[in-house]
Ligand binder design. Structure first.
Ligand SMILES: Nc1ncnc2c1ncn2[C@@H]1O[C@H](COP(=O)(O)OP(=O)(O)OP(=O)(O)O)[C@@H](O)[C@H]1O
Length: 241
């Protein structure tokens, strides 16, 4: 569904992504992990066509992202920080987006209900708390029933109840055959929903493994422990066990 071949993105002489190759398929929940500045957001933005890499190819459902923009209609994106017309209400933002997507006539409003956003949909975006803004971003990501979801730090700022609701939704959609890419530093949040882990460091791909492989090779049950150890000791941790 997403094929990345030899992707390199430079800012001047600095390599934000260095020769990354990977493939992601439907039904997977891929957690993109790595220290601050390792290239996770750059990779996500490259897939979204928001960052243009110098070399390499990204294909989404067979479409080269540099040549064909139509693939974007099938992606739901939850950004790290959602930016909206600040004087519009939640209801107006949702209505505006629906009007922009006339090709879609069936909406996924489950999260709007689960987060009880109807009760506050008259509030303007500028008046919302950080967590409520995150909830709106999550609702919008799922609204048009995309087959591919890209979520940058989705649980950051959410309270534990909202975080659980979102994780359940992600697991449900994964089971419905969607592909979900997630970046997060709250690895404990991802433990139950991650099927694959892609680990980046200094713009390079250190490993891309199934969660099961990672657990088996380290002897640790909980992914957050595995990843915390790798972050502290480097990837050698895994090979020394
Ligand atoms: N527009 C830009 N100009 C110059 N350097 C950039 C630009 N965007 C990103 N970088 C650099 O590229 C590297 C990768 O950044 P990126 O945001 O992809 O990291 P990240 O893994 O998502 O980090 P974090 O965990 O902090 O969100 C960083 O060193 C960053 O400073």
């Amino acid at each position: 569904m997403i094929k990345i071949e030899n992707l390199t993105k430079r800012y001047g002489k600095f390599y934000a992504l260095n020769d990354i190759s990977a493939a992601f398929y439907k039904g997977q929940t891929v957690s993109l992990l790595g220290p601050n500045g390792s290239g996770k957001t750059t990779l996500i933005k490259s897939i979204l066509g928001l960052v243009i890499a110098e070399s390499g190819v990204i294909k989404v459902n067979g479409h080269d992202v540099k040549k064909d923009w139509a693939y974007k209609a099938d992606i739901g994106y939850m950004p790290q920080i959602g930016r909206y017309p600040e004087n519009m209400t939640i209801r107006q933002v949702i209505r505006m987006l629906k009007e922009m997507r006339k090709d879609v006539n069936s909406y996924d409003e489950e999260l709007i209900e689960r987060f009880s956003l109807r009760a506050i949909e008259h509030k303007t975006m500028k008046s919302l708390s950080g967590g409520t803004r995150q909830k709106v971003s999550a609702c919008l990501a799922f609204l048009f029933r995309p087959n591919l979801l890209i979520m940058d730090e989705p649980t950051a700022g959410l309270d534990p109840v909202a975080s659980e609701i979102l994780k359940n939704k992600i697991a449900l959609e994964r089971d419905n055959g969607k592909l979900i890419l997630i970046t997060s530093h709250v690895i404990s949040d991802l433990d139950e929903i991650t099927s694959h882990v892609m680990y980046l460091q200094d713009g390079a791909l250190v490993f891309y493994k199934t969660a099961e492989e990672l657990r088996a090779s380290t002897g640790e049950e909980r992914l957050n422990k595995v990843i915390a150890a790798i972050m502290q000791n480097g990837y050698a941790y895994e090979n020394h066990r």
